[in-house]
Ligand binder design. Structure first.
Ligand SMILES: *Cc1c(COP(=O)(O)O)cnc(C)c1O
Length: 386
């Protein structure tokens, strides 16, 4: 983008400290799976709060795959998955041979609820993989209650939810496993990378083995360099030391970054309040503290037809936008061809894909930039109304 006033939707934040942390790794002989990864796991666990056990992995997709393997989903199992999420949430279920059964979302938050999950239940339902949509926490009290009554494990996709809390507990620690993403435009980045999280130490150590070929270095083997055994099947989903060093450096800025996102979200929300025909995705519950990944603007029926014109107008004003997510998962070619679901079953999820615009509220946008976004949205909405 050549316009110096242009506001991209997302831009990774990289500082001198980040660069130095990555460069320092290259002066050591350990480039992967070493002390940086272990320190990152400990520091991320401390950030999440008491009881967290963390395992660095190569992506959130990897963490989701490992979570589905660990909780034991497999062929013949149905797993409830949000219709409105990243394809990765459903892919993880497919990769272990289970069948994703899509649950619709609450139109106010974009999240599945105990109600929408109950409507999607089948006789073969064996678990739930949910997402905290654009960082808005799911109503986890209701959902965990629903899951426990039926003995269903809950995997949380927390890719957009670094900093999201339900009743003060960080998401990822409410279900059986949590999966985080450090992709460049998420809350913090390692380039590519992710974190598997569990309150159960045994689960964390099993997943740690699974993500590294199934290698076991304990007992007599631990004292002999290079010696190990492989008691189980495994994958290579490890994180590199340079990524971990970047993650540790980024994590130091997360509290300030979350505060900046909150301030920008609230300022943009207030500025858009009076605009007729639009609403903002958010939780009304005091239990739910969002990580404010973006501000998802939902257009009413009349305006929704002009969504793409509004997007083009915003882009022409130098304002980057995105769509979370451009299709509900059951409408993506792979899933449509495989399951041919009735669109009525994911009506609200489809409405978000077709009628919403994601606006940036990350720290790379100045407060003055937020005001320009608000003005440009008002103008674009007026343009299409005449
Ligand atoms: C980005 C994203 C993912 C994928 O994360 P990767 O780290 O790129 O694998 C998964 N789930 C959700 C909800 C996402 O937004």
């Amino acid at each position: 983008m050549s316009d110096p006033r242009a506001i991209p939707f997302g831009r990774p934040s990289i500082t001198e400290e980040d660069r130095a942390a990555v460069a320092a790794v290259l002066d050591t002989p350990i480039l992967t799976h070493g002390p940086q990864c272990r320190a990152f796991e400990e520091e991320f666990a401390a950030f999440l709060g008491p009881g967290a056990h963390c395992v660095t992995v190569s992506s959130c997709m990897a963490a989701l795959h490992l979570a589905c393997l660990r909780v034991g989903f497999g062929p013949g199992d149905d797993v409830l998955v949000p219709a409105q999420t990243h394809a990765a949430t459903a892919h993880a279920v497919e990769w272990v041979g289970a069948r994703p059964v899509f649950a619709d979302c609450d139109p106010c938050t974009g999240n599945v609820t105990a109600d929408t999950l109950a409507r999607a239940l089948t006789p073969r339902t064996r678990g739930i993989v949910l997402v905290h949509f654009v960082g808005i926490p799911c109503e986890m009290g209701d959902i965990v209650g629903f899951a426990h009554r039926r003995g269903l494990p809950v995997v949380e996709d927390c890719a957009l939810a670094v900093g999201s809390r339900w009743r003060g507990t960080h998401v990822g620690l409410l279900g059986d496993a949590g999966c985080f993403s450090f992709y460049p435009v998420k809350h913090m980045t390692t380039g590519e990378g992710g974190m598997f999280v569990s309150r159960d130490a045994e689960t964390a150590s099993a997943v740690a083995r699974l993500r590294a070929f199934g290698v076991e270095r304990s007992g007599s083997a631990a004292s002999i360099p290079g010696a190990y055994d492989v008691p189980s099947l495994g994958l290579n989903y490890r994180m590199g030391e340079m990524q971990a060093a970047l993650g540790r450096s980024q994590l130091l800025r997360v509290p300030a970054m979350l505060e900046a996102r909150r301030a920008r979200f609230e300022r943009l929300c207030a500025a858009l309040q009076g605009l007729p025909g639009v609403r903002v995705l958010d939780s009304a519950s005091p239990d739910c503290a969002s990580s404010h990944y973006c501000l998802s603007l939902v257009l009413g029926r009349a305006l929704a037809r002009s969504r793409d014109d509004i997007v083009r107008s915003l882009n022409a004003h130098g304002i980057g936008t995105s769509v979370y997510y451009p299709h509900p998962v059951p409408r993506l070619d792979y899933y449509r061809n495989r399951y041919a679901l009735d669109p009525e079953a994911y009506r609200e999820a489809a409405r978000l894909s077709d009628a919403s615009i994601a606006l940036p509220v990350a720290p790379h946008v100045s407060l003055e930039g937020i005001d320009r976004i608000a003005d440009a949205v008002s103008e674009a909405v007026k343009e299409v109304q005449v």
